[in-house]
Write a protein that binds this ligand. Structure first.
Ligand code: SF4
Length: 445
């Protein structure tokens, strides 16, 4: 068997794509290896969302150059968003790369690798291709949680974002093809699925007849063996009352929503072309909290977007406190090539961005810690997915609201099981609990 070393940067969509690539190449006799020095093929799945992510790729390619010098038959490929957007720069800065291809070409990865091997000159494949549902995965020992892409692309054209340029327009996979994939995962033992799309709650509007994410979640709920359903990433513009009710009413839908806000200032939201105001966002939050009182909320925020003034930034901080996010991801704005915001004249100095980011994270940590503390004493269900990072004698699981809880499993074999815990202690980024009951009570001998 030939050996494949696969390096993945970026979002869950990229992790999903990498799994599919590994599955497809597995059929062509490529075995995964963790050791780049023994690989016959190295593929880097890239992210273009931030400049830092791109620099990481170039630095990794610099390391791989040495391996290629030692082993000239090694094939090196770059795939994903950066490949789609920066093919010229990749070949210029790393001329030893043999293959560059975007996400639409993933279904043909085997053929592209063979072409690169045969032709011995760089193979470029970065056009838009037909939408193909890839269900091929490598058998994994930890079959528990899986990502399932339900739609590709995005039509929203936020002024800071490259996704519409790298992933193309919004296109939904058919409901039946998604269900078939999820039934297959359930048969392999998976218990949790996360439905993925850059703009997942726009799912189905482009299908004939049209459908929606709520309908998809209802159907996934019927798949035997699957216990939990999550979805990401949602856009406030497409968040409907029907979807909010589905989170409340569909038993396997988890009470957790990641709803990117990006900025708390209407002026900045408009310049970002986000399509909603702070008032509209707060209306949605009110409806969510009223319909699903125990819902956990997370968000994405950008600080230092061009033209962001101190008062705009303070409006963002105020939103974090007002909404009471359980967790959030905050980033300094970094200009991306070919996006409108990169050309805006009023770029914010890096020092201001850094100061604002650290203040925002401080507030977010305080808010998150308060939310965690409020869970002490509560009984919660976790899906046990491993051992504690700090103490391998302890088990670890995630609540339906996506928090990590570490606990003493009292010697029980609980991996992959649903356990009920009482939360005894809230830490800044995790919880501690004690076992109340579990699906499999057998004691280890
Ligand atoms: S909705 Fe999300 S993926 Fe689409 S353009 Fe805006 S930030 Fe990018």
């Amino acid at each position: 068997m030939a050996k494949l070393h696969l390096i993945t940067y970026g979002c869950q969509m990229n992790e999903y794509d990498s799994e599919r690539v590994a599955g497809l190449l597995g059929k062509q006799q490529y075995d995964l290896t963790d050791h780049p020095e023994e690989a016959d093929l190295i593929l880097i799945n890239t992210c273009a969302i931030r400049e830092k992510a791109e620099e990481k790729v170039f630095s990794k390619l610099g390391q791989i150059r040495g391996l290629k010098q030692k082993n000239p038959s090694l094939i090196v490929g770059v795939m994903g968003c950066m490949a789609q957007l920066q093919q010229g720069a990749i070949l210029e800065r790393a001329p030893m790369v043999d293959l560059v291809f975007g996400s639409p070409a993933i279904a043909r990865v085997g053929e592209l690798v063979e072409r690169a091997r045969r032709e011995r000159r760089p193979v470029l494949e970065t056009g838009e291709g037909p939408l193909t549902k890839l269900t091929s995965t490598l058998p994994r020992p930890d079959r528990l949680k899986a990502f399932v892409t339900v739609m590709e692309g995005c039509d929203k054209y936020c002024t800071f974002c490259v996704v519409p340029l790298t992933r193309g327009r919004e296109r939904s996979h058919s409901l039946e093809s998604i269900l078939e994939e999820i039934r297959g995962l359930a048969n392999q033992g998976y218990r949790e699925v996360t439905l993925l799309g850059q703009n997942v709650n726009a799912y189905g509007t482009d299908l004939t007849p049209p459908t929606d994410l709520a309908a998809l979640i209802e159907r996934v709920n019927e798949v035997e063996g699957i216990e939990r359903i999550r979805f990401t990433t949602s856009n406030p513009v497409n968040l409907t009352s029907r979807l909010i009710r589905a989170i409340r009413d569909v038993p396997k839908a988890c009470e957790y929503l990641h709803l990117p806000l990006q900025s708390g200032s209407d002026r900045v939201l408009e310049r970002m072309n986000r399509g909603y105001t702070r008032g509209r966002y707060l209306e949605l939050i009110a409806e969510l909290k009223e319909t699903v009182p125990r819902i956990a909320l997370s968000t994405d925020l950008i600080v230092g977007f061009p033209g962001e003034r101190e008062e705009d930034f303070e409006a963002t901080v105020e939103m974090v406190e007002r909404v009471g996010y359980d967790s959030l991801f905050a980033f300094r704005y970094s200009p991306r090539p070919r996006t409108p915001a990169a050309e805006f004249p009023d770029q914010v100095p890096e020092a201001d961005k850094a100061r604002r980011l650290s203040r925002l994270l401080e507030v977010a940590n305080e808010v998150g810690a308060r939310k965690n503390a409020a869970l002490e004493g509560r009984e919660m269900q976790v899906l046990v997915d491993g051992v504690s990072k700090k103490d391998p004698r302890e088990l670890s699981g995630r609540t339906r609201c996506n928090r990590v809880v570490n606990f003493d499993g009292r010697g029980r074999r609980l991996y992959g099981e649903l356990a009920h815990l009482r939360i005894t202690q809230a830490m800044p980024h995790s919880l501690r609990g004690t076992l109340v009951s579990a699906e499999v009570p057998a004691l280890a001998s």
